[in-house]
Design a binder for this molecule. Structure first.
Ligand SMILES: Nc1ncnc2c1ncn2[C@@H]1O[C@H](COP(=O)(O)OP(=O)(O)OP(=O)(O)O)[C@@H](O)[C@H]1O
Length: 324
């Protein structure tokens, strides 16, 4: 559905914003793009909307090579790409309904069909009775719902979301992410979400790409990445639980493991830790597909720390003493 092949983007300077990106996102997936500030996320999304032209390489969206299209063809191709920005970016002087209708007007849909489609979209995002409200009369979450409806108006094959929840509180964030998942389930749209929040990746994305200095560090299925205890991205998506200080006279050991079907279960590992004289101070257990992913912090006597780490590692369990 979305394929990038050797995409480079060099700004004058020169600044290499994208340095040879190869990426494939299947139709109907929700894909997260993460990376630190300056990693190239916004440049990547601007290339996907064809607002920016790659210096090298090709981008296919919905079967079309964007780099091969002329200006007129690009304008048409852009209709199959919906965009949602941080904060919504609605036109303040227009009602919610008029905001949603705008891309339909541009696409040449007649008034009657526009009205029908706008109501359908308002209902889809759960704001069926707010079509006549102006953006200033809506909450941040409601504005973002209208922005999603507007992005979906022309039935795009791809929905690109640039930090869609970073201006929202936790509860509203959850509601917007649930809406994005529902929309994907109902319409089959392929979704790309740029985010700096790993919780968005954990709770919403099927697959994820980590960018660093314009390059792909890791890309793949979220469940598989978090199950790989050696993956830095996996540990960022499911981080170790927070423990500020070890109990008096103890040291802390970070433990990470994945229980796959047919492999030693969490209770087995907890048994090993207990036998070694360790106390579980905090723990996170998450189910990803058929796997259970665990991050534990255990407290133990300093004299036993090295032995505990060695025994756990010998059993294939990731363990590391936390620096004091
Ligand atoms: N128009 C531009 N001209 C020159 N350099 C640019 C331009 N846009 C981005 N850059 C540079 O390209 C690199 C990648 O920037 P980009 O905005 O894509 O990163 P990002 O991962 O989206 O960062 P952030 O999370 O801060 O938005 C940075 O070094 C940035 O300074």
């Amino acid at each position: 559905m979305i394929t990038l092949d050797g995409v480079r983007k060099v700004y004058p300077g020169p600044v290499v914003a994208l340095d040879g990106i190869d990426l494939s996102i299947p139709a109907g997936e929700i894909h997260g793009i993460v990376g630190q500030s300056g990693a190239g996320k916004s440049t990547l999304i601007r290339c996907l909307t064809a607002l920016e032209k790659p210096s090298e390489g090709h981008i296919w969206v919905d079967g079309q090579d964007l780099s091969a299209l002329g200006p007129k063809e690009l304008r048409i191709a852009r209709r199959s790409i919906g965009m949602v920005f941080q904060g919504g970016n609605l036109l303040d002087a227009r009602t919610a309904g008029q905001n949603i209708a705008y891309p339909l007007k541009v696409a040449g849909l007649d008034r009657g069909h526009r009205r029908e489609r706008v109501q359908e979209l308002l209902d889809l995002v759960g704001l069926g009775d707010r079509g006549n409200s102006y953006p200033s009369q809506l909450s941040g979450g409601q504005r973002q719902r209208i922005a999603i409806a507007r992005a979906l108006a022309a039935r795009p094959a791809v929905l690109l979301c640039d930090e869609p929840t970073s201006a929202l509180d936790t509860q509203t964030t959850d509601q917007i992410l649930t809406l994005i998942k529902d929309v994907r389930d109902q319409t089959g749209v392929t979704v790309v979400i740029i985010t700096h929040e790993m919780s968005v990746v954990r709770d919403t994305c099927d697959s994820v790409t980590l960018l660093e200095k314009g390059r792909v560090v890791q890309s793949g299925n979220v469940g598989e990445i978090v199950a790989d205890t050696a993956s830095r991205l996996g540990r960022a998506i499911v981080p170790p639980p927070r423990v500020d200080d070890p109990p008096e006279g103890k040291v802390l050991i970070d433990v990470a493991f994945t229980s796959r079907p047919g492999e030693p279960s969490s209770s087995h590992v907890l048994g090993v830790i207990a036998e070694l004289g360790g106390d579980v101070t905090a723990g996170t257990f998450e189910t990803h597909g058929a796997n259970q992913v665990a991050r534990l912090v255990i407290a133990t006597d300093p004299t036993r720390a090295a032995q505990t780490v060695a025994t756990l590692r010998a059993q294939g369990i990731d363990a590391e003493e936390r620096a004091a």
